[in-house]
Design a protein around this ligand. Structure first.
Ligand code: SAM
Length: 309
């Protein structure tokens, strides 16, 4: 299958990262390497990129696409939550720019055997990192109904989370739900037909994907001290596609931008914190109408950026 993924807000990413020669960049969500390729072009002739992705297929594609940049590119199969360790391992310690473009790629979502798509006849999978053992099959077939309900409600904002969770629990009593298509059909039966052009299982599938890959957990780990990866004046850009992700990014960036973390009205500062970054986006930047028209996946994207002090 040809790897297809159009980078979201590529122009805006270029503007915020302000890539130039002699600089090092981290792409924590390499995917099809659309953003990395642009960074390498903008930082010619000698800017360097460390690209991370936990998906082996993404790395194969990225390696092919970036081959012409030769030793300006270092790729590793890893979560971006381990970025700091990998930077140390390759002797970089810090970067002049970092990008995270969160979520799944169009390639992953469309790929039949990865079990993300409603029509997939493959085993319910949804792992982005195929080295991990937890997959959607285990969650759907062995998690208690109450836990399933919580996943669907929290990560999918699915209003019918309870009904869907109970229907899954009932169905799996006779035999496990094997494929993504089976699960999608069950949800369609519970919820009824399509809602404003979306498949009725859209939110549940998104919720399961987030749970399988513990996407929010990895983002939280990265955001705990992600500013430390940046050189002074180094910039970080994060594009999110889910309100919970955007909230984590907004909260972390605001914290990094504060002068003090003491509770309000504390007479003298005791926290020892000082401002780490300057906010480059007070409000999130969203894609243009024309980008959304040509790439509907960009629809829910929100971009936030900071600069290290
Ligand atoms: C939206 S795509 C990125 C597309 C890329 N910016 C491009 O231009 O082609 C997201 C990619 O990030 C990867 N990913 C998501 N969460 C990750 C994590 N915690 N660590 C490493 N890779 C992650 C996914 O496997 C996927 O390939």
């Amino acid at each position: 299958m040809v790897y297809e993924h159009a980078p979201v807000m590529a122009r805006e990413v270029g503007q915020f990262l302000n890539a130039g020669p002699h600089r090092r960049f981290l792409d924590g969500t390499l995917g099809g390497a659309g953003h990395s390729e642009q960074i390498l072009i903008d930082s010619s002739p000698d800017g360097q990129v460390l690209g991370l992705d936990w998906d082996d297929e993404a790395l194969v594609e990225a390696r092919r696409r970036l081959a012409r940049f030769q030793d300006r590119v270092t790729l590793r199969q890893s979560s971006f939550s381990a970025a700091r360790e990998i930077l140390f391992e390759i002797g970089w310690h810090s970067v002049h720019g970092a990008i995270l473009d969160l979520g799944a790629s169009s390639h992953q979502l469309r790929s039949e055997e990865r079990g993300f798509s409603f029509r997939s006849q493959a085993r319910l999978d949804m792992r982005m990192d195929r080295r991990q053992s937890l997959d959607a099959y285990q969650i759907v077939n062995s998690f208690p109904a109450a836990e399933l309900e919580k996943i669907l409600r929290t990560f999918g904002e699915e209003r019918q989370a309870r009904r869907i969770a109970l229907a899954i629990a009932e169905a799996r009593r006779s035999k496990p739900l094997e494929t993504a298509a089976e699960l999608a059909q069950l949800i369609e039966r519970v919820k009824g037909s399509r809602d404003r052009g979306h498949h009725p299982a859209t939110q549940s599938f998104q919720a399961l994907r987030i749970a399988v890959n513990q996407e929010l957990r990895h983002l939280e780990l990265f955001l705990a001290d992600g500013y430390e990866l940046l050189e002074p004046q180094g910039r970080m850009v994060i594009i999110s596609f889910h309100s919970l992700e955007d909230r984590l990014v907004k909260t972390a960036f605001r914290k990094w931008g504060r002068d003090c973390l003491c509770p309000p009205r504390t007479p003298t500062c005791r926290c020892g914190w000082n401002r780490k970054v300057r906010l480059l986006t007070r409000k999130p930047i969203v894609p243009s109408a024309s980008e959304i028209e040509s790439n509907p996946r960009a629809r829910s994207a929100k971009l936030r950026a900071v600069e290290r002090i």
